[in-house]
Design a protein around this ligand. Structure first.
Ligand code: GDP
Length: 306
């Protein structure tokens, strides 16, 4: 079965990994958010793509959910001595990823090809597809002014209140991403931050329409469980942008492009409301993915739905 997952770097990545763990049963493509991309030490850093690459290859630091397990920090210490800003942590092995990507991009290669080759080098079978090869950076308007995404997320630890989101650069989706959506037997909007992980993918011209065109075989999984984000600022962002902080609030954002919606067992009471108000087919499943088994089981349940 061909499955395409739209994903950010935490919830969506864990679910994408669940599909990868189903091995031959699933031919997996992942459309990855690149709105978080930035330059650090003059290098192009693509945090969500890298978390996907590190997770699917088994290199990831499971504790943190990002970076490479056991990575050392010699370069970080030297950057510090040299007076470079070090609020964005780059481990030594991680640095090699950024040097490699930056060298190839400067050579004129597409990000899609660079990431595709990296995935092969790391032994990943899934297609990891950056949503766009163009500059498409998320800017958050906050109570302390407009901030580049990583300034908000890492340097200021998501403390500013988000009032609006816009993009630096108008990217075009890649043909690979549009094809992966159109040809999938199952499209999954992963349990990622709807505002700054999924929307930056959907906002690319034609992507929302491409998903809507296959909405009968599209399912979204709620990243909000029992009224809270399991990690990160999604709950606070939904609130400050005027959305209800619940699985229902998330379902409203996707109601025009999905027919199926998954809420966690903790939110079973919301299922009838989502069905009545939005006309979606709601499935109640355990969605909190702590172990590989949790990831595999949720992915298998979604495959069974399709
Ligand atoms: P980012 O790129 O690191 O911001 O990560 P994502 O946007 O992919 O993921 C952040 C969202 O994932 C948060 O809203 C979390 O609530 C959600 N999330 C993280 N882990 C899980 C999980 O195991 N299950 C569900 N349902 N949501 C999760």
């Amino acid at each position: 079965m061909r499955v395409t997952v739209l994903a950010g770097g935490t919830g969506g990545t864990k679910l994408a990994h669940g599909f990868a763990l189903l091995e031959d049963a699933v031919d997996l493509s992942i459309a990855a958010n690149v709105g978080d991309d930035t330059e650090i030490h003059g290098l192009v850093v693509s945090p969500d793509v890298d978390t996907l690459l590190y997770t699917l290859s088994g290199l990831v630091d499971r504790e943190r959910g990002w970076g490479i397990a056991g990575d050392t920090m010699s370069a970080h210490a030297q950057f510090e001595r040299l007076g470079e800003p070090t609020w964005f942590t780059v481990g030594d092995a991680d640095l090699a990823t950024h040097v490699h990507r930056t060298r190839r991009l400067r050579h004129g290669d597409r990000l899609t090809d660079v990431v595709g080759d990296m995935a092969v080098s790391l032994g990943i079978r899934a297609r990891v597809l950056p949503a766009t090869d163009d500059r498409h950076r998320t800017i958050v308007e906050t109570d302390v002014g407009a901030l580049a995404f990583q300034e908000y997320f890492v340097r200021l630890r998501q403390q500013p209140v988000v009032r609006a989101v816009r993009y630096d650069g108008v990217g075009q989706p890649t043909p690979e991403v549009l094809e992966a959506i159109a040809s999938a037997d199952l499209v999954v909007i992963g349990p990622s931050n709807p505002i700054v992980s999924i929307e930056p993918i959907l906002v690319l011209p034609g992507v929302r329409e491409a998903v809507a065109a296959v909405r009968a075989r599209t399912v979204a999984v709620s990243p909000i469980v029992a009224g809270r984000a399991l990690k990160g600022p999604a709950d606070r962002m939904l609130e400050s942008l005027g959305h209800e902080v619940s699985a229902l609030g998330v379902a409203r954002l996707y109601a025009d492009i999905v027919e199926h919606f998954v809420v966690d067992e903790a939110d079973a009471d919301l299922a009838p409301r989502i069905e009545e108000e939005l006309g979606l087919a709601v499935e109640v499943l355990p969605t909190v993915m702590r172990t590989d088994d949790d990831r595999r089981r949720l992915a298998a349940a979604l495959v069974a739905l399709a």
